[in-house]
Design a binder for this molecule. Sequence first.
Ligand SMILES: Cc1cc2nc3c(=O)[nH]c(=O)nc-3n(C[C@H](O)[C@H](O)[C@H](O)COP(=O)(O)OP(=O)(O)OC[C@H]3O[C@@H](n4cnc5c(N)ncnc54)[C@H](O)[C@@H]3O)c2cc1C
Ligand code: SF4
Length: 484
Amino acid sequence: MLRFERVKIREEEPDNRTKSFTLEPLIEYSNDEATTEASRCIGCNICTQACPASLDIGGYINSTAIGDPAQTVRIVFENLPFPAIIGRVCTHNCEDICVMYDTGGPLAIRHLKRYAADKFDDYSKIMNVKRRGFLNRKVAVIGSGPAGMSTAYYLAIQGVKVTVFEALPVTGGFMRVGIPRYRLPDDVIDKEIRFIQSQGVEVKLNTRVGKDVFFPDIMNDFDAVFIGVGNHRPRMTGTTGSDAENIMHATEFLGKIALGEHVDVGKNVIVIGGGFTANDAARISMRLGANSIKIMYRRRETDRPGYPSTNADEEMEETLSEGIDYMWEVTPFEYVKEGNRIVAIKYWKNEMISDSTGRSKPVPIKEKTFTMDIDFVIEATGQETDFSFLGEDYAKRLKLTPQGHIIVDQSGMTSIPKLFSGGDSTNITRDLISAVRDGDTAVIGILNYLNIMDKVNEEYLPLLDRWKKFSPISAKMSYPDKIK
Ligand SMILES: Cc1cc2nc3c(=O)[nH]c(=O)nc-3n(C[C@H](O)[C@H](O)[C@H](O)COP(=O)(O)OP(=O)(O)OC[C@H]3O[C@@H](n4cnc5c(N)ncnc54)[C@H](O)[C@@H]3O)c2cc1C
Ligand code: SF4
């Protein structure tokens, strides 16, 4: 019998979640739940067009439906070496356009990917990647986030020698030091990075380019270079009183917690911002013992980053259910200090006024001032890329957009020959799956640039813009007698 209703994803109780830094909110599907949910898919693959990394979603939902999670992982790996990570934290735009959206709810595409990936502790048992012998080419990757590590993986399995330079003592970029452990457990990141490293990728931790090694030397020593440095330089508001000791940028705050430090946030915390980072900073504050946490955003609820999408709705639901409040349309203008500590925040309420282009702008109503007592301020007001590692000469030659993103061509190459780039330093979407897609693009670009396309194993090349082509692995599964 046809089943239309989405199989409910069970959740941990919010009271239990807020007592733990590691308890994941969503409970994994059982085998029965996963196959039942996957069986709802009609295989139209429209969702693939909404996936930045162009995964063969219809193909891997099909393999899950027939009880073959190993095949699901293999299909995902065609373009993405992080199935368990993306299966937890992807923005899952694919679900927003699923044709089943109004017929029992969109397929639980993200959750099904997590289900399949979590079945395996070690992907080498199911992947059987036949790595090429050394092709006599060396590539340097700067940054071990999703963009850098995807690039490293797909080059390494083709026989390119890849060295990743990472400033931090840990791998993973914001997967490790941004997104908290209750959304992305350490062992999940470890498993996927370990598999990438097992393909011959060398990672040099605690090695900041521009300080421990120099960019011009890397450009001389390697045949091509990929920049995946993300955006890690905090942008603070500079509100009066910001020089106090109890204020921190959200990425610094989350990074400290991820690396095992404690931060004393007191009981009343204000988070300024409205995206992933604001929500995570608020939810971590709750886990640190705060009991009144407010996220202040200057625009309306419907203007927040990521809205409208099921991801933005789910994120807000989880945050609200953990007891955190949102304050929409407010502008903080002073942190009131006593000595070196902020004790209160002063703010105005805003009204949204349309400008000549029709876009609404928040305008503070300054006649009335509001004041609230607080113990700690976290500013989740964005970051930018720190380009100082390039040195003066290369910095002059690297072309940026007016907003400060690296400009690349269709192959991922920057304005400097042999230098490629991707991820948060380059794209404007600033999410994991777009960073992976940039890595995929750069892999093809680098292999072409190195002039070794005739030596590569096509089966292991990331398949860009899949709807224009077909998936070799799922085609083999659907037509085993026709495709060898
Ligand atoms: C709190 C938070 C929550 C998020 N939640 C989500 C989410 O739920 N879903 C989602 O899709 N996205 C989320 N994101 C965004 C996502 O994490 C990023 O888009 C993604 O990690 C960008 O990947 P990247 O490889 O470009 O850079 P990053 O992941 O930032 O990695 C860059 C790496 O480069 C290293 N580096 C920088 N400079 C140097 C140097 N000079 N030398 C050597 N190494 C260097 C850095 O240390 C870092 O490890 C979140 C981000 C944050 C901060
Ligand atoms: S859009 Fe929905 S029904 Fe169509 S392939 Fe994707 S998951 Fe299946």
